[in-house]
Design a protein around this ligand. Sequence first.
Ligand code: FES
Length: 152
Amino acid sequence: ATIGISLTINGEVRELPVAPWTTLLDLLREDLDLTGTKKGCDHGQCGACTVLVDGKRINSCLALAVMKDGADIVTVEGLAKDGAMHPLQAAFVERDAFQCGYCTPGQLCSAAGMISEGHATSREEIREAMSGNICRCGAYTNIVDAIEDVMH
Ligand code: FES
C-alpha cells in the first residue's frame, strides 16, 4: 500500500505515492531520478545523501519520505539557478574541492545549510560543522577553502 504525500522539490510541487518504508533518499533517486544525491553508507554516517529540508540539512537516508509530507526539499539539482552555478558550486570548481566527486553533492548541500545556520565562522568551526560529510579522497582542505571563499 502507498500513502499520498506532497513535497516541493527544487521549487516544484509534487504529489507522490510512497510506501511507508521508503526513505527520502530512495524516493529522490529511485522514483524521481534525482540521482545527484548519493547513497554512500545508507546509515547516516557519510553525508553523501545530504539534502535541504525546509532549509535545514539532513541525511536523507535516515528520513522516511512520509515523515516529510508538506516539506520543501532542495537537492543538488536545485542549487544552480537560471543556468548559473550556485556560489558554492563555483567556489568548489575554483578551489578543486573534489577528486572523484561522489561526496560533492552532499558537501554542497551541507555547506549551504551550514552557512544559513550561521554558527560556524572560523576555519575550525567550519571543519567541525562539516564533519558529517566524509570525503574518501581527502579533499577537506580545498573544501574548507571553497566554503570560506563564499562566506568571506
Ligand atoms: Fe546517508 Fe551515508 S548515505 S549518510
